[in-house]
Design a protein around this ligand. Structure first.
Ligand SMILES: Nc1ncnc2c1ncn2[C@@H]1O[C@H](COP(=O)(O)OP(=O)(O)OP(=O)(O)O)[C@@H](O)[C@H]1O
Ligand SMILES: O=C(O)c1ccc[n+]([C@@H]2O[C@H](COP(=O)([O-])O)[C@@H](O)[C@H]2O)c1
Length: 216
């Protein structure tokens, strides 16, 4: 079973990393592939470039065998549509291999505005991870999709290549990249919200307005 977890990762933090490991445990898979987007289709400019966000991810997951980075979206020009990524993976994996896309509730809430969203369940299973403080709006396209395609359990995802939606509610950390960027921009330390190696590199690159005021 191939599992991808996409995000802007601007920058990567412990909320992302814990989520990835919780999913790896819950689905009993050896690998979760983090897929940073190049040009987010749905939000403004990023604080760090694609290459910088990729470098920070590599630092964050160094030494953790279960986490891998897949930079395919950085190789494509234009907006990074998830449907394109899944089509590419489906070609590579073949028609029968179970393919899983992981998403937090806040991103999934706007799922019916994603490019070709109705095709996505034909390409992959969706694992929706309940993010602290983010509920799916009732009557949203996402809530209907979940209700109509709810998976019986994690093991059932292995029984078909795509089409089921599994909700997970593991213990997660209420950390956001927005909160981290705000802290850095106002001279406060984001230490312990992200790996030390990431924070050191953010400072070395002077990202998000980091300067001497932040300290370690
Ligand atoms: N702390 C967290 N707990 C659970 N899910 C998370 C957490 N942080 C991010 N996610 C999920 O990870 C994916 C990628 O998130 P993203 O890179 O946008 O991080 P973010 O912290 O939400 O960033 P920002 O604050 O810039 O929006 C999304 O599906 C999001 O729902
Ligand atoms: O394909 C789309 O139209 C689309 C619209 C919004 C979000 N996504 C993807 O959802 C993932 C999480 O997005 P975000 O904004 O929470 O970082 C990331 O991989 C995005 O590329 C994809």
């Amino acid at each position: 079973m191939h599992v991808i977890y996409g995000g802007t990762f601007d920058p990567i933090h412990h909320g992302h990393l814990r989520l990835a490991l919780e999913v790896s445990d819950a689905l009993a898979v050896d690998r979760v592939h983090l897929v940073p987007c190049h040009i987010p289709p749905h939000r403004g400019d990023t604080g760090a470039t694609s290459a910088q966000r990729l470098e920070l991810i590599r630092l964050a997951i160094a030494g953790e065998e279960r986490l891998r980075v897949d930079d395919r979206e950085l190789q494509r020009a234009g907006a990074s549509y998830t449907a394109d990524t899944l089509r590419q993976l489906r070609q590579e994996l073949g028609a029968e291999a179970p393919l899983v896309m992981v998403v937090g509730t806040d991103s999934f809430a706007g799922f019916d505005r994603w490019q070709d969203w109705q095709q996505i369940p034909e390409l992959a299973h969706i694992v929706v991870v309940r993010r602290p403080g983010a509920e799916l709006p009732e009557n949203s396209g996402a809530a209907h999709l979940l209700a109509g395609r709810r998976a019986a359990g994690a093991a059932s995802l292995r029984e078909s290549p795509a089409g089921r939606v599994l909700e997970l509610d593991p213990p997660l950390l209420d950390i956001s990249a927005t909160g981290i960027r705000e802290r850095i921009a106002t001279g406060r330390s984001p230490r312990y919200l992200m790996p030390d190696a990431v924070w050191q590199r953010v400072q070395a690159l002077g990202l998000y307005g980091s300067g001497s005021a932040n300290g370690f």
